[in-house]
Design a protein around this ligand. Structure first.
Ligand SMILES: [Zn+2]
Length: 114
């Protein structure tokens, strides 16, 4: 199905953290919720678009899926936080958001702030 035909689509999640966005997409796919990604490739274009618009987003094909999608996402985020016990961190060098498990920025190598 072509995403452009999904006129009733609804954004259910967005985040600067691409890993999380992809995992949400995968989660919805695995649960049979029709969904697709937006802004997947424009992270390198920050500076030309506003940073808020540059976040990758997960959209569902139809808003009738919203309750199920929201429940899946809520569960995922709760489990995710419980597992990691700490939040993602923002690099002071390049403003990239890093996974809690990283001690160095994956993009520029700056050490994680205390
Ligand atoms: Zn960095």
């Amino acid at each position: 199905m072509c995403p452009s035909t999904w006129i009733n689509g609804l954004r259910v999640f967005r985040d600067f953290d691409h890993f999380t966005v992809y995992r949400i997409k995968q989660l919805l796919d695995d649960s049979g919720v029709p969904c697709y990604l937006k802004n997947e490739y424009i992270a390198g274009a920050i500076g030309e678009v506003s940073p808020l618009d540059a976040q990758p987003e997960v959209w569902i094909a139809d808003d009738e899926w919203q309750p199920k999608a929201q429940r899946l996402i809520d569960t995922f985020m709760t489990e995710n936080q419980a597992k990691q016990g700490q939040a993602s961190w923002l690099c002071s060098g390049c403003q990239e958001v890093n996974e809690p498990s990283f001690n160095l920025c994956w993009q520029c190598g700056t050490a994680r702030p205390d």
